[in-house]
Design a protein around this ligand. Structure first.
Ligand code: SF4
Length: 808
């Protein structure tokens, strides 16, 4: 069974033609990334040269993948779109919520119990809307996507940062927030800044202890965590042929740590082999027929400096095993330098735990190479100094590794085999340690190593290495052990060296997922095991399961449409001073469990933002009772009294990860306007999608005119139009007032979103009654916080907009 094969056939039927059109319009040779991007324009009529790193472009991705933590809010929103099925193939993967404690069997059973309501919801909503559902234990989203869904030349979005993993199989795969995923699921255009292109030229061949992980660890050291911002890294050169498809996926996966939009390898024999070995012979044949367009044009490879914005040269034969960290993935140290650097940097030098796994490094090849190192503990009588923990990437990997004895190799050295899930990589690790205060070192094959990320302990120094180096350091128990040069002592007191790791790219007996394989293949076996539920084509009779009274899930009521009046006399909720990221607006940590419950998670609204009037976080004046309280508490009070409120902020409001909660929470609590010096663009769009007004001070100094007890009005909304400023009136407590011009970036469609109450409302209404204006729908709920009294300030307003936009 090949999943979504009809979509893939349809894609390849026109792919080469679309690339040829792009080449004709751009009148030059194309890089591979450009081919994939141009073949996925939402409107092919918009085909033209775009300014990289500057212009925003609408795309039409082929598919969507969602992990269980982020899928909840994305699908709760999708339920309000009025669609009976998703517009493109999509999948949900239950991988983030499983705690790693004592080992796979008991941990998985515990997770099924603890997260039952979330899993029941995700499975039922997936069945209703035609989404493939991967149950807890099936594997980590990106490994499962690579094994089952990724195809060369395709484009996908995923609600997870490491979605670019699929670039190892030639896919433009981008991590996005839930709001973007909903756009794609509902058939709306997905907007992306046209990425810059960084060409990475690989020559030579990896050898010894060096692995594909070390390639990206070295690149991180060179480019840093910001080096890939708004860029696609496109790998090319003869060195690419020496790296397996899963090794390429490892490199693409950690492009996320560079801040890159995504990373990409061209289709080649290794990709062909991977497709065939994972049961997708037809996809391999289709890709082979399009091979010329699944890589850059020859002129690009001959003269890359002309076609890429930046070039990076890597000689694979010079790449050394690396340890990156602690606390940031770009602190790159070749293992040979750790002996000097470790003590000089005051690192704890004893490795207490080595963790092999995560979507970055949990392929069969990864486990095989790590097992070849672990095996030597017994063979050479060495003994383990540290603890080893293994998270296989998928059930397909786990079952095959168990059948082939690899898991026994790990178990013989005392390793714990955890569930096929993220586990410690996302902080779901109940670490068993005797002293949480002790400064300690762990080595992981994961991709992130921020402080507290794995075990929540600020005293843990986490270093990132390849699976084979991680295993070697867990054996040696030392951070500065260089397996290429250093010796260990065996049980007889003799000095011995570890042999270099070895391992097959593919299992010699093929992949399997069941002791009784069916002729339909591995996906069918997983379905039989209850680990996979295929996308249904008709979910009309399926009821979405949301437990009554759940504190983790809550149905979303559509936001009310605009009532047609100006927004008058709104109390100032908070005037934010300084930086205000999406983390400041909607904190993570313990709030993650409420990601499917808008009301509960809204209690963290702007918890991290600093109040400009007292310099404190979490303390704003409630105009109604004069008390200082949490931002959410004040907002709720206003909402209860039928008042809308407004937030004032400084520059780049909403920077950081694209998190729809940061836009939904204020909307839910009655905030109608964010008035800022400037916005982070993605968050500005998210605010617009939720029906909020995102306005900017025409004169940034006007920020200083806003006082704590002000009532603010936004007027001119009946003539709300693109490029036409609005007026904000500050009514001060002393009876005076200031009038400010407020600019905005709403286009005509986004103004309809505002009027309809949200982009989803707008789309739903357009679907149902295409000839009626969305904001004229009589059946919509009204906004309880929207003032309906006559405008007391109307007579005092200027009669025309200063930009000549017409009467206000
Ligand atoms: S394994 Fe880690 S990096 Fe990968 S999806 Fe899970 S939490 Fe994210």
């Amino acid at each position: 069974m090949i999943l979504d094969i009809e979509m893939i056939r349809s894609f390849y039927a026109s792919y080469s033609d679309r690339v040829a059109q792009a080449r004709a319009v751009l009148k030059r040779p194309l890089t591979y990334a450009e081919k994939v991007l141009m073949a996925h324009l939402f409107d092919p009529a918009q085909l033209r040269p775009y300014k990289r790193g500057e212009e925003y472009v609408d795309f039409r991705p082929d598919r969507v993948a969602m992990q269980d933590a982020t899928a909840q809010m994305a699908l709760l929103q999708f339920m309000n779109a009025g669609k009976s099925q998703v517009a493109v193939p999509a999948s949900v993967h239950c991988d983030h919520l499983i705690r790693a404690d004592v080992g796979a069997g008991r941990d998985l059973a515990a997770a099924r119990e603890t997260n039952r309501e979330v899993y029941d919801f995700l499975q039922s909503v997936s069945r209703k809307y035609g989404i493939g559902f991967w149950a807890p234990g099936a594997g980590i989203i990106h490994q499962v996507v690579l094994e089952n869904y990724a195809f060369p030349g395709g484009m996908m979005v995923g609600t997870d940062s490491h979605t670019p993993n699929a670039g190892g199989l030639g896919m433009v795969a981008v991590g996005v927030g839930g709001a973007d995923a909903v756009d794609v699921l509902t058939g709306m255009p997905w907007e992306l800044k046209m990425p810059r292109l960084i060409g990475v030229h690989l020559t030579g061949r990896l050898s010894g202890w060096a692995s594909s992980k070390d390639v990206i660890l070295e690149i991180l050291g060179r480019l840093t965590v910001k080096g890939g911002t708004n860029a696609i890294l496109e790998y090319f050169g003869e060195g690419t042929a020496t790296i397996s498809a899963t090794g390429k996926a490892t490199i693409c996966n950690m492009g996320a740590e560079l801040g890159a939009t995504c990373s990409l390898f061209a289709y080649d024999e290794r990709a062909d082999e991977y497709l065939r070995k994972t049961g997708r012979t037809e996809v391999a044949a289709l890709a082979a027929r399009n091979a010329d367009e699944l890589r850059a044009d020859g002129e690009v490879y001959a003269d890359p400096a002309t076609f890429y914005d930046q070039l990076v040269e890597i000689d694979l034969s010079q790449v050394e095993p690396h340890l990156n960290g602690p606390f940031t993935p770009d602190a790159a140290t070749p293992i040979s330098q750790m002996r000097a650097k470790g003590p000089a940097s005051d690192y704890p030098m004893t490795v207490e735990v080595g963790l092999v796994g995560s979507c970055t490094n949990s392929s069969y090849q990864d486990l095989a190479r790590a097992a070849s190192v672990a095996r030597q503990v017994v063979e050479k009588g060495i003994g383990m100094k540290g603890q080893l923990i293994i998270n296989p990437g998928s059930e397909q990997i786990r079952y095959t590794a168990e059948r082939d004895g690899l898991l026994d190799d790990f178990k013989r050295v005392g390793a714990i085999i955890m569930t096929n899930a993220c586990g410690p990589c996302i902080g779901q690790w109940k670490r068993h340690t005797d002293d949480n205060e002790r400064k300690n070192a762990i080595v992981t094959s994961f991709n992130r190593n921020f402080r507290r990320r794995a075990d929540g302990n600020p005293n843990t120094y986490a270093f990132i290495g390849s699976p084979e180096l991680t295993t070697a350091l867990a054996i040696a128990g030392r951070l500065d052990f260089n397996p290429a040069t250093d010796t260990l002592t065996d049980s007889q007191g003799r000095s011995v060296m570890l042999d270099e790791p070895e391992g097959f790219d593919f299992p010699p007996r093929g992949f399997a997922a069941s002791g009784h394989p069916s002729p339909e293949g591995i996906v069918a076996d997983l379905e039989r095991e209850g680990l996979f539920v295929p996308a249904s084509t008709d979910g009309r009779d399926v009821e979405v399961v949301i437990a009554e009274g759940s504190d983790r899930l809550q149905r979303l009521a559509p936001f009310a449409p605009w009532d047609g009046h100006d927004l008058l006399d709104m109390p100032l909720l908070i005037k934010v001073e300084g930086k205000c990221t999406t983390d400041h607006i909607s904190m993570a940590g313990p709030w993650l469990k409420f990601r499917g419950h808008l009301e509960n998670i809204s209690d963290n609204l702007l918890m991290g933002a600093v109040n400009a009037f007292n310099g404190e976080s979490g303390s704003v004046k409630d105009r109604l009772d004069g008390h200082y309280k949490a931002v959410a508490a004040a907002a709720k009070h206003y909402k209860q009294e039928g008042l809308s409120s407004i937030v004032v902020a400084e520059d780049n409001y909403g920077e950081g990860s694209s998190r729809e909660h940061a836009a939904m929470e204020p909307r839910f609590l009655g905030v109608r306007v964010i008035l800022a010096k400037s916005f982070a663009r993605i968050h500005e769009t998210n605010l617009k999608k939720q029906g909020m007004l995102a306005l900017t001070f025409a004169d940034k100094d006007d920020y200083n005119k806003v006082r704590e007890d002000d009532l603010l009005s936004v007027v001119g909304l009946t003539e709300f139009a693109p490029s036409c400023p609005l007026t904000v009136i500050l009514r001060h407590a002393d009876g005076t007032e200031d009038r400010l011009a407020a600019t905005h970036t709403y286009n005509a469609a986004q103004i309809e979103w505002f009027k309809a109450g949200s982009a989803l409302n707008s789309q739903k209404q357009t679907n149902k009654q295409p000839n009626q204006q969305p904001h004229q729908q009589p059946h919509q709920p009204t906004d309880p916080t929207s003032p309906r009294t006559p405008n007391p300030l109307k007579g005092a307003l200027p009669s025309t907009c200063s930009q000549g936009c017409g009467p206000l």
